[in-house]
Design a protein around this ligand. Structure first.
Ligand code: PEP
Ligand code: MG
Length: 325
């Protein structure tokens, strides 16, 4: 089957009724770039920069980060590379950074909160990203944004570093998209305001599901509550997409839901513009999108959002989308 999908490798992702969607790859280690390219990725939708900080006892220097980001950005030119700033804590511990013990690490000093509280770690990362931006099409994405103030504070740090670099005669790209992950319920609720200030959203369905149901994404005892196809999650996604589109902003999805073929018809119908996933899923999902008529999916979306649970949603999808039988 992979062989027949091979013809799709150099094609764009287009639905049966002619709409274009972008499918990017999720990268963890920078050396995965080759397999991403070989899998037909139309860009990098999520580079998890914490990988540069993990599995070692020291922090990566600004220079080391710059070289890593530069390589990815240059390798993918002219496609877009979205690099997510440091997203540590919870399920992503980092040996080089000693953090105080917390009762609730998933609700604690992690991710963007950590970066904002540690300018000595955040600022070098911003400089490394800005310096890399001239080598291609870089976008910067902030993770775990909970409030507008937090997003604005993060954007300000990036802008200050840009000005400092420019004062030193170090060039940065003129256009750098600055977006944010939507993975905290408060961000979903405030998406209309956030969309006025963010250039794009990317839905982190892994954390969004966890925080919506208050069910740890890694705890098998509560896995029955962790349902990405649940109408609660679907409504949150639809709300986010509508808010972004009202401001003329685009919305991606980069959690595991992006490569769940049962979710694909719903995500298309809800208006998601971009998908980012592990490389091996790109061609199967591109092929599936090629079979779907987006305009015909509206009734399914409506019905699914009004279902009572994820099981009902799954049955509705299978009933209405024959290729998924
Ligand atoms: C997510 O939360 O859905 C996501 C893409 O980020 P991560 O899995 O790295 O937390
Ligand atoms: Mg996340």
């Amino acid at each position: 089957e992979m062989e027949s999908l091979g013809v799709l490798k150099h094609q764009r992702t287009v639905s049966a009724d002619g709409r274009h969607f972008e499918i990017g790859a999720n990268l963890f280690m920078p050396d995965e770039i080759e397999s991403a390219k070989n899998s037909g990725a139309e860009g990098i939708g999520l580079m998890r920069s914490e990988s540069l900080f993990m599995g070692r006892d020291t922090l990566p220097s600004e220079e080391e980060q710059f070289l890593a980001y530069k390589k990815i950005v240059a390798d993918m030119t002219p496609e877009r590379v979205i690099i997510r700033t440091l997203d540590i804590g919870g399920d992503k511990p980092i040996a080089a950074i000693q953090t105080p013990t917390e009762d609730n690490p998933f609700l604690g000093m992690r991710s963007l909160r950590f970066s904002l509280a540690h300018p000595e770690i955040m600022r070098p990362q911003m400089r490394a990203l800005l310096r890399a931006s001239v080598y291609g099409r870089l976008a910067v994405m902030f993770p775990m944004v909970s409030t507008l103030d937090e997003f604005l504070a993060a954007r300000k740090v990036l802008e200050e570093e840009r000005q400092k670099l420019q004062a030193k005669g170090i060039g940065c790209a003129r256009q750098i998209e600055v977006g944010m992950m939507v993975e905290v319920p408060a961000a979903v609720e405030m998406a209309d305001q956030l969309a006025q200030y963010a250039d794009f959203f990317s839905i982190g369905s892994n954390d969004l599901t966890q925080y919506m149901f208050a069910a740890d994404r890694g705890n098998s005892q509560v896995a029955h509550l962790y349902q990405t196809l649940h109408p609660a999650v679907l409504r949150a996604i639809k709300h986010t997409v509508d808010a972004a589109h009202a401001e003329g902003k685009w919305v991606g999805i980069c959690g595991e839901m992006a490569n769940n073929s049962l979710a694909t018809p719903l995500l298309l119908g809800m208006g998601i513009d971009e998908f980012s996933m592990n490389s091996t899923s790109i061609l199967p999902i591109r092929s599936l999108i090629g079979e779907l008529h987006v305009r015909q999916l509206q009734p399914l979306v409506h019905q699914a959002m009004n279902a009572r649970n994820a099981k009902e949603v799954r049955q509705m999808i299978i009933g209405r989308v024959p290729v998924l039988k």
